[in-house]
Design a protein around this ligand. Structure first.
Ligand code: ZN
Length: 312
C-alpha cells in the first residue's frame, strides 16, 4: 500500500533505553498551492482508532486533486500508544493537559513544546482527533475560537462550545499562533469501529473541502446542534459496569433520572452505584456500549443539556 507522502521524523529526545524518541510526520503536498492543514492522532495513547482515520485519509487523497499541504501526525504520543494508556508512562502526565510545554520540563512537557514549535508552527489550520478511549464511545466536536465553520463542516451531529475549555490542551499552540483549531471526538470503545472510522475520514475530508483544499460539497447531517453545558459523569465506585442504555442511544435524547448504568462489586455482586442522567432533557454524548470494568473517576458518561442547546 503506497502513500503519496514524505515520511519525516521530528526528534524529541533520547530515552533512558537509548532509543530515539521522535514524532512521526507524513507530508502530503498538493499539485497546487493552498493552506496547510495539520491532522494529529493519538495524543491520548488509548485512542488508536484515530491512527486508522489518519491512515485512511492519507490513502484517499490524490495529490493531483489537493490544493495545499496536509501534515499528518499518526501518533502524537508513541510511549502512551505503546502502553495503550491516556498518560505518558514515563512521567504519568496527560500530554493533552501540558501544552504549551517547556523545553526543559517533564518528558510530556518537552514533547508538547516540540509539537508547538516544530509541528503547529507549520500550520494554517489544526484538527486534533480523539475517541472516548479503550472503553467509552463518543461522538461530538468542539467549537473553539476561529473554528466555528470548520467544526460544523466536520459533520458531527453535536458541537460543544465550552465556556471553560480544559487547560493545557493541544489548542494552545494554535491559539498562540492565531490559527483555527478544533478537537473531534469520534468513536472508541471498539464498538462500531468501521462506522466511526468512516465518520472521522469523512469529517477530515469535509474540513478540507471547506478550506478549498479539495473539490466537492461538504456532507453534513440534516440537523446539527450546539451544546454549551456538558455533564461529565464519573463513577464514584469502581467495579463492573452494567449499561442500561445501549450504543444505539448515543446522540439521542435522554430524560433526567434515566438509569444509565450500574456499578457492581466484582466480589459480592452488590450494586455499589446507580448512574442516572442529569438535566431534565439531555443528549447522550458519551456512553459505554457494553459490560466492562470501570474505575472510580473514569469518564463514565457524558450528557449535554438539551434545554440550553441551539441549532448550529
Ligand atoms: Zn483523547
Amino acid at each position: 500500500m503506497n502513500l503519496n507522502t514524505t515520511f519525516e521524523k521530528i526528534p524529541v529526545t533520547t530515552l533512558a533505553s537509548g532509543f530515539e524518541l521522535f514524532i512521526p510526520l507524513h507530508r502530503l503536498v498538493g499539485r497546487t498551492s493552498g493552506p496547510t492543514l495539520g491532522l494529529s492522532a493519538v495524543v491520548h495513547g488509548d485512542e488508536p482508532l484515530t491512527n486508522e482515520i489518519v491512515r485512511q485519509v492519507l490513502l484517499r487523497i490524490d495529490p493531483a486533486e489537493l490544493r495545499g499541504t496536509l501534515l499528518a501526525v499518526p501518533i502524537v504520543n508513541p510511549l502512551a500508544f505503546e502502553s495503550l494508556t491516556r498518560h505518558t508512562p514515563i512521567d504519568m502526565l496527560d500530554l493533552n493537559r501540558n501544552f504549551p510545554g517547556a523545553p526543559s520540563g517533564w518528558l510530556s512537557e518537552q514533547t508538547a513544546h516540540i509539537l508547538g514549535t516544530k509541528f503547529v508552527s507549520q500550520l494554517d489550520v489544526h484538527v486534533d482527533l480523539h475517541t472516548g478511549g479503550v472503553f467509552p464511545t463518543v461522538d461530538y466536536v468542539y467549537i473553539f475560537d476561529r473554528s466555528r465553520e470548520l467544526s460544523k463542516a466536520f459533520g458531527s451531529s453535536f458541537l460543544f462550545e465550552p465556556s471553560q475549555p480544559y487547560p493545557g490542551t493541544f489548542a494552545i499552540p494554535a491559539r498562540e499562533k492565531g490559527i483555527p483549531f478544533f478537537t473531534a471526538e469520534v468513536g472508541g470503545g471498539s464498538f462500531l469501529d468501521a462506522h466511526y472510522i468512516e465518520h472521522g475520514v469523512r469529517g477530515v475530508i469535509n474540513v478540507m473541502k471547506q478550506l478549498g483544499m479539495l473539490d466537492g460539497d461538504v456532507v453534513r447531517p440534516p440537523r446539527q446542534t450546539i451544546v454549551t453545558e456538558m455533564a461529565v459523569i464519573r463513577p464514584r465506585f469502581g467495579g463492573m459496569l452494567y449499561p442500561e442504555v445501549g450504543l444505539d442511544q448515543l446522540g439521542k435524547e435522554v430524560r433526567g433520572g434515566t438509569l444509565l448504568g450500574r456499578v457492581l462489586s466484582p466480589y459480592t455482586f452488590e450494586t455499589l452505584e446507580e448512574i442516572r442522567a442529569p438535566f431534565e432533557r439531555g443528549y447522550m454524548i458519551l456512553l459505554r456500549g457494553g459490560m466492562m470494568r470501570v474505575h472510580p473517576g473514569d469518564y463514565g458518561y457524558m450528557v449535554a443539556n438539551a434545554e440550553t442547546a441551539r441549532p448550529a
